[in-house]
Design a protein around this ligand. Structure first.
Ligand code: SF4
Length: 363
């Protein structure tokens, strides 16, 4: 037994504060993001393209949500819509996105700018397009710091930038501070992008396919780094990927998206133990496994995703689903919790796990 004082229940633990940012006294496990009935459509010559079609989820502080789906499933559009990063012309966003109680849908860019960097930040897949090739690395971080934290002086910004480069495991950070992005490897550049994103201590980090442009060994290092920083800073994170293997062991919950909808949502362990949606199952079968002999053919998902200008009346996955029945063509399945597991929701008339219709509506 030690003589350390017991923690007072009246004083919840607070977030560790990155250099230069104000102390955050809010409880660690509070609800940070509430997304309700989010819709996004784009005008096209053939009519509106419905890219996101009624997405609902909650995200608490310090938690990671993995969002998984093929290209065109709506996962990146959804992330950009939440952050308010979609171009304004030719698109419509409906529904509600509440960040720590503030409604973001409908805010103009000036109001949204208050959230970018200090509250929410995004890491994109290609570090070369995120970094300015003709600006030194250090300056890219200090510009972000001084733009968002107006009262930070030059010297503190420099010291903070070097601290951040060190935090993302860039060797010799004082020297790297003065270099241009082109002098670094792809993995090192992505570490710099992460440092820029973390600079102002965001409470929510979007990582959109953050390792797609990197080779396999560097991918694992970058994912480990993101996880380490997310835990240290107690950020919430939305990790967007086409690869179920990337979120395994790294996300608390997983949302599988297809045709702009969440078709399966579950805690990560539950999802991997018993996938309910045939699409999730097909995604899983398409991942290479170490145990497979070399030259094993992967199970690609046959067919193509539906046309989102003129989506099918029934289940959007029906033309590609080996379990499809007449009901699937006639009636669109809602995202419903499974009778035996209220934390696991599936949008399928015939979920694989239960082999029976789901029951309660998720909301
Ligand atoms: Fe397949 Fe029918 Fe389920 Fe759609 S509703 S995923 S077509 S079984």
């Amino acid at each position: 037994m030690t003589d350390q004082p017991a923690a007072s229940p009246a004083t919840p633990p607070t977030m560790p504060t990155p250099a230069g940012t104000p102390v955050d006294h809010r409880p660690l496990d509070s609800l940070l993001l509430e997304v309700r009935d989010l819709h996004v459509s784009f005008e096209t010559p053939r009519g509106p393209l419905h890219a996101v079609n009624g997405v609902d989820f909650d995200l608490h502080r310090g938690r990671t949500l993995g969002v998984v789906g093929e290209s065109g499933s709506g996962k990146s559009v959804m992330s950009k819509a939440i952050m308010g990063l979609l171009p304004r012309r030719g698109r419509t966003v409906g529904g509600s996105v509440r960040f720590d109680g503030t409604e973001l849908v409908g805010l103009d860019d000036t109001a949204l700018r208050e959230f970018w960097g200090t509250e929410m930040a995004m890491i994109f897949q290609d570090p070369m397009t995120s970094l300015n090739p003709v600006m030194r690395i250090g300056r890219q971080i200090t510009e972000s710091l001084r733009m968002n934290l107006a009262d930070m002086d030059r010297q503190t910004a420099r010291a903070t930038a070097i601290e951040l480069l060190s935090a993302v495991h860039i060797p010799a950070p004082e020297r790297r501070y003065k270099e241009y992005p082109g002098r670094l490897s792809g993995g090192m550049r992505q570490r710099v992008v992460i440092a820029v994103a973390l600079a102002c201590g965001p409470r929510l980090l979007f990582a959109d396919e953050p390792t797609t442009a990197l080779d396999v060994t560097v991918q694992a290092q970058i994912l480990d780094l993101l996880q380490e920083q997310q835990r240290e800073r107690f950020m919430a994170m939305i990790l967007v990927t086409h690869d179920l293997g990337v979120v395994a062991g790294r996300a608390d919950d997983i949302a599988v998206m297809y045709a702009g909808r969440i078709v399966e949502y579950a805690p990560t362990r539950t999802l991997f133990a018993s996938m309910g949606h045939p699409y999730t199952h097909a995604l899983m079968r398409s991942i290479p496994r170490l145990a497979d002999p070399s030259h094993t053919r992967l199970d690609a998902i046959g067919g193509v995703p539906p046309n989102l200008v003129d989506p099918p009346r029934g289940c959007p996955f029906a033309p590609r689903c080996e379990y499809a029945q007449q009901r699937c063509l006639d009636e669109r399945p809602e995202l419903l919790t499974l009778p035996e597991d209220p934390g696991h929701a599936v949008a399928c008339h015939f979920p694989l796990r239960a082999n029976a219709p789901a029951e309660a509506e998720v909301g």
